[in-house]
Structures are given as C-alpha cells and as structure tokens.
Design a protein around this ligand. Structure first.
Ligand code: NDP
Ligand code: MG
Length: 397
C-alpha cells in the first residue's frame, strides 16, 4: 500500500539534504504551499546551525545530523532548536528519519550515495520516495526499484530531466516509446577547446551558466558526467534499453527532455531552469498548483537551440554509455570512480582532464559481473573507490 494521503490532508515531508541547493529549493516550495505540504523531518551532514534555523522556521521536531562531531554540537545547543526537538545522529539517524511514522514522502537530496540506505528504508516503510540523488539509482537502481515494487511505494523523480520524462510518458504505453532525449546545458565549458580544458581550475568548474547547484554536480555538469549519470538513471527508472536513452546539448535549459514515439511524434517538457518546478511536481503529485517561480514568458524572444554532444571533448558521456551497455556493476564503478576523481579535482589534487582518465582506468581495472544482491554492488563500489584513489595518486599535476 502506498502511503499517499488523501488530497484533503497535507502531505508530510522528510527532507534529507535540507541545507543544500535542492534542499533550499524544496523549502521554497514547502513555504509556498503550507496548506498542502508540511515539513516533519530534516537532515544534513554537518551544518546543524542551518538545520536549526530551518527547524525553527518550519517548526520541525525531528532533525538528523550525519557527522558525529556536528551532531554532538547540535545536542549541546538544544536552545537553537524548537522545544522538544529530537536530534538523531549518523546514518542510523537518517534512516530512522526516512521511516518516521508521521511522514508520507521522503525527499532524498544528499549528495553522493549516502542516501541509499535511508531511501531503501523509506520504501520499505511504504513512503513515497522523491529522489534527487541520482548517484543512488546509478549504484543500485534495480534493488531500489524492486524495493518500491515489493512495498507498493512510489518513486517520484526530482532530477529535472527525469521528472520531465515522467510527465511526458504519463498515459502513454511503453511499447509506443522509441527513445528519450535528455537535454544537457553543456556546463561551464560547453564551448571551450580541448587545449583550454587542460587548464581548468576548480573555481572555473563550479560556475554553471544556467543552474545554481552544489559543487559536485556542477563539476559533473562541466565534464558531462552528470548527463552520463542521468542516462543510466533514466534507463533504470523507465525500464528502457541503453540505445533508447540519448542526450542533446540545449544551452538554454528550458526544454528538459523530449520523448520520441514510434510514429516519430515527440513530446517535450518545458519550464524555466529552476528546480522548484520538478520538486513541486514530485511533492504535490498528482496535484498541480501555482508555481513558486514565474513560468515562461512568450511576450519576449525565446530561442531554443539544440546541438549534438561532442564525446571527444567530453569523454565522460561515452564512458557512461559504455557502462550502461555493459550493465552489471559497471555503472556503479563509473559512479564511484567519478566521485573519487571529482573530490580530488575539487581539492586541487588532479587536473580537470584527469577526471575521465581516472574513471576510464578504474572501469578497465575492475571486473564486471551481475550483482546478485545489494551487498555485491556495495563491495564493487568500495573496490572501485580504492582503485580510483590509487589512480588519483598516480596522476601528476
Ligand atoms: P549540495 O552540495 O548543495 O547539498 C548537499 C546536501 O547533502 C547538503 O544538505 C549536505 O549537508 C547534505 N549531505 C552531504 N553529505 C551528507 C551525509 N553524509 N549525510 C547527510 N547529509 C549529507 O548538493 P545539491 O543539493 O546540489 O545536490 C544534492 C543531490 O541532488 C545530488 O545527488 C545531486 O546530484 C542531485 N541533484 C541536484 C540538482 C541541483 O540542481 N542542485 C539537480 C538534480 C539532482 P551539509 O550542508 O551539512 O554538508
Ligand atoms: Mg538533471
């Protein structure tokens, strides 16, 4: 049974990753729809002061702090939180929050794969899972989908392209779908030459032309690993073959996806580049309500441009496609190696162009196999991180 409440009752939301970019946009959506949405739990890694401010603003009494030291600080500063607040620590705390009896929907927006266990716990408790953390689906998509099916829980995509595909596919039989096309802004270096890409700094890479996002996903947008992860995410979410999942550069980030049907007709989903649109769709689904940000304005010139992706300058897309075709644990290895390489790049330990090299070498070194259970995927993830860390060490700046 799904935990979806009747339309007359407020949906009660737990938000993991409340202090981040998706978290902030989610809070804007909830603040604008207090008659329909109620925040009942929030969590972050270490920023307990910001969590306390959110808890006061939304009168939330259940708070999760992943980091031990920060959790200790939060517990010492109970006056910063509303009276009677419970502060839960570590992964166990996040997992307990994901199963809060009071919650209807859990939005997972924790960067990386830490949200996997809480996401599975939310599904096991029959909650709707609104998923922003794409890394989780790339790591363990088939197990997440199986858990959702087992418990009759709904998986609502928050990533803008997947939320768009979800909207375009609704009411259309799968057999009529030829392919989906995810749009990519092209990131910070869309028009940079390979020579110029040699000298990219972390400061260059965390400036995105259209979206304001956390540092990891902004670097992923610049390498196009973000689109690679999203192709794998889409294949998993919508049960498609790898050759049905494609990408195109669309610099304006207004069309979020195109779905092509077997007769050649295409449906597209458009909205301005703000995550409040997909977040609101996922949280209120299937209801619609006025948006937080202004809709598109057709009284002004609006140009929509599409270009093919250059996989020579941006090899992370090619590597993602190869991983998707290989199947097994290859997508998990791709994701793990990318996380390690991006962290090393952001810390100034490897150059930008070493990110795809580290990922390609890690994919070449790790054996691929069909994982029988979640623990097999998790151990492939751990092995890949170890191999990628060694590759990082051997890269000279
Ligand atoms: P940010 O870096 O802005 O925020 C990350 C959030 O996760 C923060 O709240 C952070 O807490 C929290 N966090 C990090 N590690 C842990 C942990 N171990 N336990 C608990 N909380 C943790 O990231 P974004 O909001 O940009 O992205 C979040 C996820 O959403 C990513 O998976 C990303 O790929 C996905 N996504 C993001 C989009 C965007 O527009 N930003 C679009 C589509 C998908 P703290 O502040 O304490 O560090
Ligand atoms: Mg996206």
């Amino acid at each position: 049974m799904s935990a979806s409440p009747s339309p007359s009752r407020k949906k009660r939301v737990v938000l993991l990753g409340a202090t981040g970019s998706i978290g902030e946009n989610t809070l804007r959506v909830i603040a604008a729809h207090r008659d329909k949405l109620e925040l009942v739990g929030v969590a972050a890694r270490s920023n307990w002061q910001k969590l306390a401010a959110i808890a006061r603003q939304f009168d939330v009494r259940c708070v999760g702090v992943f980091d031990d030291a920060a959790c200790g600080e939060a517990r010492k500063n109970t006056a910063a939180f509303p009276a009677g607040t419970r502060v839960m620590g570590g992964l166990a705390g996040l997992t307990e929050l994901a199963q809060l009896p009071a919650a209807d929907v859990v939005l997972v927006a924790v960067v990386g794969t830490t949200g996997l266990e809480p996401a599975l716990a939310a599904l096991a408790a029959g909650k709707d899972l609104a998923l922003a953390s794409k890394e989780i689906l790339v790591l363990a998509g088939k197990f997440i989908l199986a858990e959702a099916r087992r418990h009759g829980a709904r998986l609502l995509p928050v990533d803008s392209e997947h939320n768009a595909v979800f909207q375009c596919l609704e009411g259309h039989p799968q057999a009529g779908v030829r392919r989906i096309v995810l749009t990519a802004s092209g990131g910070a270096f869309r028009d940079w030459s390979s020579e110029r890409l040699e000298h990219v700094t972390p400061a260059d890479a965390i400036k995105h032309p259209n979206w304001s996002m956390g540092p990891k996903i902004t670097v992923d947008s610049a390498t196009l690993a973000n689109k690679g992860l999203e192709l794998i995410e889409a294949q998993c979410l919508f049960g498609l073959r790898p050759d049905q999942c494609t990408a195109v550069i669309h610099p304006q980030s207004i069309v979020h996806c195109l779905v092509e049907f077997t007769d050649g007709a295409m449906l597209a989903q458009l909205s301005p580049p703000s995550m409040t649109f997909p977040i609101q769709h996922a949280l209120l689904y299937p209801e619609r309500a006025p948006g937080v940000d202004s809709a598109l304005d057709f009284t002004r010139l609006l140009e929509l441009e599409f270009r093919p992706v250059d996989e020579v300058r941006f090899p992370m897309l090619r590597l993602a496609r190869n991983s998707m075709v290989a199947g097994g644990v290859a997508p998990a290895v791709y994701n793990a190696a990318n996380e390690v390489a991006v962290a090393a790049f952001l810390e100034g330990r490897i150059p930008f162009l070493a990110i795809p090299r580290v990922v390609e070498q890690t994919l070449g070194s790790c054996p691929n196999f069909e994982p029988g259970d979640l623990s097999a995927v998790l151990s492939a993830d751990t092995d890949a991180r170890r191999v990628a860390a060694l590759r990082v060490q051997s890269v000279s700046l």
